[in-house]
Write a protein that binds this ligand. Structure first.
Ligand SMILES: *Cc1c(COP(=O)(O)O)cnc(C)c1O
Length: 429
């Protein structure tokens, strides 16, 4: 489509957008008496209006039923988490028995590594991407440290990072694949962020997973920036395990519970080690208080504790909204609104002398999703502060990159146009 950088054109796109009505389902912060232009749904999604109702329901059931709420609430608490299985399975392309919610993201990745990172003296290496999200880096370091002391492998050689080529912003698939082959037999685990948090690059999960399996490694994915954002087929692609936080694109609220996936091929594998707890026990027999752990033969077998129902409530509100819409429509709008934002940035770039926005996110739609990371050559943090003052919420990363995520559920094409105008003023003033 030929885009135009005018308000009329943006409004016309909004009027043709079948997801436009969902904007009203969210609460926007206000600046100068107006809804902000919100680009940070990749960091903390906006609050769905329905979230409060879901939380109130739990508060009311707790008040009126107390302990009886476990079994007699409208949505009983003892199996509340099972309400996530169907909608989450659709979002990540797994079977309902392969997904669940529990804990938080880094905690879940650690717990999944209990099963899927079992290094030996010969097979102990982990492949990840260069400059992985810091929490993932600390996780790798501590896992390696934890095992190397007992097993006696060289902990300094255990983590293998895939680097960007000199002068390039993104990692090439061919470099991931050749590194996997090179590490070969020594490779125990590949664990990469499905969408890079900094550049917005989308990795080819299917191809990388196959390559990891070929050398006998497990392959897991940190889907923090992928869940609710890109098309996923975790079951079909044979991914061993994955986890994601829910407070980014999934709009569940600050620090909220993580979703996780364990492929069905592992559900009955008695050789896999894992950490037990009563919520992972065979469901029919959970309340018999038996002395020996008998893990459920589904992703539930990785559960540990009974669940924080109050925190799951707003997550369920959000997941139900995703289920109603479906990922296909979200992805379609995501592609058009991200392309429109890219167009607006290029137009502004042409209008202003001596300024250059360098979009470091891949321009190819197969390799990007709902995020453009923009290098603002010649501009500093004052521009970011100016945008904030004008009600545009973006994310700033040193040295001078802003990350813009036009979330398809609640941003409009007119927001993109308006943003371009404010950006231009900010630079010219
Ligand atoms: C946001 C994010 C996290 C956050 O981890 P928490 O355990 O939820 O604090 C981890 N990894 C990646 C790649 C992220 O983008």
């Amino acid at each position: 489509m030929d885009f135009q950088n005018t308000r009329e054109f943006a409004k016309q796109l909004d009027s043709q957008d079948e997801l436009a009505k969902y904007r009203d389902e969210f609460i926007f912060p206000q600046v100068n008496g107006k809804d902000v232009i919100y680009f940070t749904g990749n960091s903390l999604g906006l609050q769905p209006k329905s979230a409060k109702k879901y939380v109130d329901e739990i508060m009311n059931d707790w008040a009126s039923l107390a302990v009886e709420g476990h079994f007699y609430a409208d949505k009983p608490w003892w199996d509340y988490h099972e309400r996530f299985c169907q909608p989450l399975s659709e979002i990540v392309g797994g079977k309902p028995t392969e997904v669940g919610v529990m804990n938080t993201l880094t905690v879940n990745l650690h717990l999944l590594m209990v099963s899927f990172y079992r290094p030996t003296q010969k097979k102990y290496k982990i492949i990840c991407e260069e400059k992985a999200f810091p929490s993932d880096q600390y996780m790798f370091q501590s896992q390696i440290d934890f095992h190397s002391k007992n097993i006696g492998f060289n902990s300094k050689e255990a983590l293998v990072e895939i680097k960007r080529r000199e002068g390039e912003h993104n990692i090439r698939l061919e470099d991931v694949l050749s590194k996997i082959e090179e590490v070969g037999d020594e490779l125990a685990l590949v664990l990469i962020g499905g969408v890079n948090y900094y550049t917005g690059q989308v990795f080819d999960i299917k191809t990388i997973t196959e390559a990891g399996h070929k050398v006998g490694a497990y392959v897991g994915w940190d889907l923090a920036h992928a869940a609710g954002n890109i098309e996923l087929k975790l079951n079909e692609w044979g991914v061993d395990f994955a986890a994601w936080c829910s407070y980014k694109y999934m709009n569940s609220g600050p620090g909220n519970a993580s979703g996780y996936f364990v492929h069905e091929m592992h559900h009955e594998d008695a050789e896999l080690s894992r950490f037990g707890g009563w919520w992972g026990h065979n469901k029919e027999r959970r309340f018999l208080m038996e002395p020996v752990f008998d893990p459920a033969k589904s992703a539930d077998g990785w559960q540990i504790s009974n669940l924080p129902i109050l925190s799951l409530a707003p997550y369920l509100a959000s997941v139900n909204m995703f289920a109603e819409i479906g990922m296909q429509k979200l992805i379609k709008k995501r592609n058009s609104i991200t392309s429109y934002l890219e167009f607006v940035l290029h137009e502004i770039d042409k209008e202003i002398e001596g300024i250059k926005f360098e979009i470091i996110t891949p321009s190819n739609q197969q390799e990007r999703a709902c995020q453009l990371s923009v290098y603002l050559h010649g501009q500093g943090k004052e521009l970011f502060d100016y945008l904030m003052k004008k009600g545009v919420i973006t994310d700033w990363r040193e040295p001078n990159v802003i990350r813009l995520a036009p979330v398809p559920l609640y941003t409009s094409f007119e927001d993109m146009y308006e943003f371009g105008q404010i950006l231009k003023q900010g630079i010219c003033e």
